[in-house]
Structure formats: structure tokens, C-alpha cells
Design a protein around this ligand. Structure first.
Ligand code: PBG
Length: 392
């Protein structure tokens, strides 16, 4: 801060608005001299008002509309538009879903161009490093489990030396501040490809499955998971997982509940990626009917009362109304999952030059935020973060 006594030609009667304005510039004439000039009629020059730009020939000449609301006024320049932008999109909003496998190589996923099953020891670490470089510090892991380890009861799901716990430990060792979300569900471990245990008549057993999910969540927490995310849609699993975590001393581990997960055809490419298609039937006795809206409130109330920390809607873009419904009915953070089919459609449209991939990607993510999502699980996390950081 300049000291007043150091100012050249200090005049005691000048009261400055702020001492941090620094020394006054001396350009020649004093304020009083300038004012006197204007009063005397010697008006200094300034550029003229530009002429009204010409309209193209043939533009109809009409009286202006008598309206006092012209919303276009607030959209007329980039600076005004950005000043009045209601929603923002930042890499900190993204959670990056990553597929891992036991192999050393990264295997491309045919139906999801740009996505790979990453080798848990090499490719995964590189991908995480790239994501962190552009501000994406949250990931969610999806394992491709060897067929030989799949059983009807999915017991590999809570093997402390299994692929997911091993990977979490490796990641936490290298990146202690990385936030790791895990998928809690039996489908990658189930020989039936279902999220729960299947009885011989085809019924997906609820409470027995929840028992397994609790063991799975505790195993993931023990390895260092920050947020466990039950995606199975069994009843009562959030409360049961909360109790199981607390009983083992994992009070600090959060639960992100897949609150409104629909039985959607948009999951196709994901199931190809993990080879996790149900061996028979569909998931309609546990995942929600895409025709239903009010039912999401029933799931919301259950998850809130059972202690969920974050509520998730899945898929994303076709279900913006459900995101808004949860946003308006709960103070909890809301997550949206832009699923594999949504990703693949945008990629395919881009490859075929039918749409501008990058612009559609960013618009779709912004729309999920506008609908009320705090965080977005998206396979575009790295690509979008690079755009937002001005890379690429
Ligand atoms: C299964 C699970 C699925 C997805 C995430 N966890 C698929 C399913 O329910 O069949 C889908 C994600 C995507 O499509 O991107 N627990």
C-alpha cells in the first residue's frame, strides 16, 4: 500500500476513496481546468454514434411491436449472455466411470468408441492421471470378472483380494485424494447376469441379495472406497448397507443410492462391455418401469429415510423430468448417470458427421445440470473436461 507521504505533489485536501487506488496519474491539466473548458463551450471530441446498420433490400418496413418485454435484450452479446447464465458445468461435477479387467492390455469396447476395458495396473492408472490433469478427481469402477469366478450367489463380489478391492488399494496408494465410487450389485459376479440371487423359478430374491450387497459394500469400504453406490434396486438395501458399514467402523463412507434406476434399453453397450447381459429374462422386477414418474418419489422417500447421502437418476437425458422431481423434493445432492447408450448415440452421430459431437456432448451435460443434477456420471468426463479446460 503506498504511503500518502510518498506521493509526489501531495495536496492535503484531496480525499481519496481508497488508499489502494495508488498514486494519482498526472496527465497535465487539473480537473478544474478540464471542467472549465467544458463550461466555456470547448467540448472535447468523442467518436460519433455509429449509423444504424442497413437491412437487406426487401426487408419489410413495419411499425415496431408495442411490447415492453423483449427477452432478446439480455441475449444480445456474449458478455451479457455469460453474465446471465443460470447453470454452469465444470470438471468438478463429473464422475468418470471406468471399466477394468485382469488383463494387461486395454481392450476397446466395440459399442462404446473411445472406451476401453482398462488393465487395472497400467491403463487404469494412466487414464486416472489424464483425468486428474483436467480436474476430474472422481471415478467409479466397473469390473469385468472372469466367467470362472461367477456363481449364482455372486460371492466373488466380497472377496477382499478381488479385482475391485485390489484396484482401489492400488489407486489410493498412488492418489490418496482421488474419490473412488464403487458399484454395489451382483451382476458382474453373477452366473445369471442378474443384480440379485435368482431362485429356481426365476424370482430375484430381495433380502438374501441385500445380505450379499452388505458384504460387498463393506469389502469395498475396507479397501478404501469413498462412496459405495448400490445400483441393484433391491428394497431396503440402503438402510442395510448403512448399518453394515457403521458396524464395521465405516461411518465416513458415503452411500450414493441409485434411487430411480429404470429398466432401460440404453444400458445395452455397458452390458456388452462387461459381458453382463442377463442370461434369461429382463430386470423389470427390480428396475423401474420407464413409464413411471410418481414411483420415483416412493424410492426417494425410502432412500432418504434409510440414510442415503446422494440420490441418483439413471439414465440421464431421457429422464430429465425425474431428475427435476428429485431435485425439487429432496435437499440431498442429486446425481445423473449419462449411460452407455446415451454416450454411444452421441459418438455414433459424431462419427457419421450427422451432429457436432463435441457441442452435443457439452449441451447434453449442461442440460443434466440444468435439470438439477449436482454431479454427472459420464463416459465423456475426460473429453468434456478437456474441452472445458480449453485443451483440444
Ligand atoms: C448394473 C449396472 C448397469 C449399469 C451400471 N450398473 C447395467 C444394468 O443395470 O444392467 C449401466 C450403465 C450404463 O449403461 O452405462 N448394476
Amino acid at each position: 500500500m503506498p504511503s500518502v507521504s510518498n506521493l509526489p505533489h501531495r495536496r492535503m485536501f484531496v480525499v481519496k476513496a481508497s488508499i489502494s487506488d495508488g498514486p494519482m496519474k498526472k496527465l497535465g491539466r487539473s480537473d478544474a481546468e478540464c471542467e472549465a473548458d467544458v463550461v466555456a463551450g470547448n467540448i472535447p471530441e468523442a467518436p460519433p454514434v455509429p449509423p444504424t446498420p442497413a437491412s437487406p433490400a426487401g426487408t419489410p418496413v413495419v411499425p415496431s411491436l408495442d411490447i415492453n418485454r423483449r427477452p432478446r435484450r439480455n441475449r444480445r452479446s456474449p458478455i451479457l449472455r455469460s453474465a446471465f447464465q443460470e447453470t454452469s458445468l465444470s470438471p468438478s461435477n463429473f464422475v468418470y466411470p471406468l471399466f477394468i479387467h485382469e488383463g494387461e492390455e486395454d481392450t476397446p469396447i466395440g459399442a462404446m468408441p473411445g472406451c476401453y476395458r482398462l488393465g487395472w495396473r497400467h491403463g487404469l492408472l494412466e487414464e486416472v492421471a489424464k483425468a486428474r490433469d483436467v480436474g476430474v478427481n472422481s471415478i467409479v469402477l466397473f469390473p469385468k470378472v472372469p466367467d470362472a469366478l461367477k456363481t449364482p450367489t455372486g460371492d466373488e463380489a466380497y472377496n477382499d483380494s478381488g479385482l475391485v478391492p485390489r484396484t482401489i488399494r492400488l489407486l489410493k496408494d498412488k492418489y490418496p485424494d482421488l474419490i473412488i465410487y464403487t458399484d454395489v450389485a451382483l451382476d458382474p459376479y453373477s452366473s445369471d447376469g442378474h443384480d440379485g440371487i435368482v431362485r429356481e423359478d426365476g424370482v430375484i430374491m430381495n433380502d438374501e441379495t441385500v445380505h450379499q450387497l452388505c458384504k460387498q459394500a463393506v469389502s469395498q469400504a475396507r479397501a478404501g472406497a469413498d462412496v459405495v453406490a448400490p445400483s441393484d434396486m433391491m428394497d431396503g438395501r440402503v438402510g442395510a448397507i448403512r448399518s453394515a458399514l457403521d458396524a464395521e467402523g465405516f461411518q465416513h463412507v458415503s452411500i450414493m443410492s441409485y434411487t430411480a434406476k429404470y429398466a432401460s434399453s440404453f444400458y445395452g453397450p455397458f452390458r456388452e462391455a462387461l459381458d453382463s447381459n442377463p442370461r434369461f429374462g429382463d430386470k423389470k422386477t427390480y428396475q423401474m418401469n420407464p413409464a413411471n414418474y410418481r414411483e420415483a418419489l416412493i424410492e426417494l422417500r425410502a432412500d432418504e429415510s434409510e440414510g442415503a447421502d446422494i440420490l441418483l437418476v439413471k439414465p440421464g437425458l431421457p429422464y430429465l423430468d425425474v431428475i427435476r422431481l428429485l431435485r425439487d423434493n429432496s435437499p440431498l445432492p442429486i446425481a445423473a448417470y449419462q449411460v452407455s447408450g446415451e454416450y454411444s448415440m452421441i459418438k455414433a452421430g459424431g462419427v457419421l458427421k450427422m451432429i457436432d459431437e463435441e457441442k452435443v456432448m457439452l449441451e447434453s451435460l449442461m442440460c443434466l445440470r440444468r435439470a438439477g443434477a449436482d454431479i454427472i456420471l459420464t463416459y465423456f468426463a475426460l473429453q468434456a473436461a478437456r474441452c472445458l479446460c480449453g485443451e483440444k
